[in-house]
Design a protein around this ligand. Sequence first.
Ligand SMILES: [Zn+2]
Length: 253
Amino acid sequence: MRPDCLLKAKTPNLDKLWQNGAYSFSALTDPISSSGICWTAMLTGVWHEKHNVLDNEYTNPNIAEYPHFYHRVKAQKPESKLFSVVNWSPIHKILQEGDADIANYLLTDEKVTGRVTDLLMNDNPDAMFVQLDEVDHAGHEYVYSVNSEKYLASIEKADTLVGKMISAIQNRKTYLSENWLVLVSTDHGGSQNGHGKDIPEHTTIFYIANGKNVKKGELKQQVNVIDVAVTSMKHLGIDTKESWNLDGKVVGL
Ligand SMILES: [Zn+2]
């Protein structure tokens, strides 16, 4: 999702998150702005030079040195319940045995949202990664642009689904005694009918952090896609080690 299009579309649920949280609409994703590379950067906390996912084939990911951040959470807090629910299945190629308690792949964003709200109501995840895919489909089909009504409409639909998931968190019986951090970001932007290049239209993304421990306001420093995993680990109480050689930093807490 392009940040300029997010700001143009009518997105009351996402607006509530950034307006009451920390945010950047000039964050950056990996210079190879394709899904496999960028989702892996988001979930490992390192750029492609380290995680070695260089295309959507995931030929030889370096998960031994740079695993999914769930792997690090499980190593320090094995009792954690970690879920991942996606609409683009290759994302799960970097998960190793035992990293996630639940890893689901569903065919539509609506089904992803249904599964996520069900898990939030009937289970007790410590962390959940959720990926919606249809905004990108709309960009490929119609055009990634503030002038594309259909692209903006797809963003508005995603916003509605985000609203349902946020409500599911807030309706948890134990919500008041819980401390949820919601991070919302994207793998890349786009122009015309594609993405993948190292140009601002493709690499500029948004980053939104919302929760009790968030320092509200616009983030002045450069935020990057790799900051998502590192910020998540901080919130989960993981002691990040120098030897992990992560590229990301904690942002917004
Ligand atoms: Zn795409």
